[in-house]
Write a protein of this length. Structure first.
Length: 276
């Protein structure tokens, strides 16, 4: 398959134990439809249930994370476009929903072109987050389905990356390209960014294909693969229609429990800090 040699370091997940909080985690995969937005929102809400202060950042021009919290990206006055391109303080685009959310708009589609001529264009998000990182234990960044300048900004600003991967063969192959991009980021922009974990999504335990896909992930990435499986369920589609996370929409359901379990894995024993 050609995946076995792509990790440039130990296939063990980054740990939160003993780590300094205020961490930035990007949710990244250049393939669309792998539950990046679903995971960003529901993991953030699960963190909050554990007492952590969380900021979500919608860095996708499609604005699905923004819509998932009941807002229309076409009608927001200012968005992450203004933050990245015009240096607007990020506080100006943070809306309080289930989580604090820095919203997206369709204007963000023009950000890559606007940023392309700017010095330090890969660090625009990193600079924007600096004034607010002390207020949050975790910042979760939802990225677009590409490996362009917006995703590079997210990886440059992040301490670690969670990679949602659909449980099918073609999705697994896309990990090679993502790892190549991460290697470039480490060499030139952010030497400490690590893969926090690989999350199997769209899992259907009734099919042999899903089970084989998870086995392929484990064979190639070892302990980087989270134990949690995000299974196929209509709840993940229903919740955004209500402008809600699945933890609020169906708090006692198996879909919500899956993200609570994922939160435990990601936090790995970390505890909330005291905030002024």
């Amino acid at each position: 398959m050609g995946l076995s040699g792509i990790l440039s370091r130990s296939s063990k997940r980054a740990s939160s134990q003993g780590a300094k909080l205020g961490q930035v985690i990007a949710l990244a995969n250049q393939k669309g439809g792998v539950a990046k937005t679903t995971t960003t929102l529901n993991l953030a809400v699960a963190f909050q249930e554990q007492g952590f202060n969380v900021l979500g950042v919608d860095l996708d021009p499609q604005g699905n994370l923004t819509m998932s919290q009941g807002m229309d990206p076409d009608t927001v006055d200012r968005s992450m476009f203004d933050v990245l391109v015009h240096s607007l303080p990020i506080d100006e685009v943070i809306h309080r929903t289930e989580i604090d959310l820095a919203v997206s708009s369709i204007d963000l589609a023009g950000a890559e072109l606007a940023l392309s001529s700017m010095i330090g264009r890969e660090r625009a998000l990193q600079k924007a987050l600096l004034p607010v990182r002390s207020r949050y234990d975790y910042v979760l960044v939802d990225t677009p389905p590409s490996l362009g300048l917006l995703t590079i900004n997210a990886l440059t600003a992040s301490d670690s990356v969670i990679v949602p991967v659909q449980c099918e063969y073609l999705s697994l192959r896309g990990l090679v390209q993502l790892e190549n991009t991460l290697s470039m980021i480490r060499e030139n922009l952010n030497p400490t960014v690590e893969i926090r974990g690989i999350l199997p999504t769209m899992y259907d335990g009734r099919t042999l294909h899903s089970k084989e896909a998870v086995e392929m992930l484990k064979e190639n990435f070892g302990e980087l693969v989270f134990d949690t499986r995000i299974r196929k369920t209509v709840r993940y589609a229903e919740a955004p229609v209500q402008g809600s996370s699945v933890l609020k929409y169906d708090p006692s359901g198996t879909a919500a429990e899956a993200y609570r379990e994922l939160a435990k894995e990601v936090l790995d024993g970390a505890t909330p800090r005291e905030h002024a």
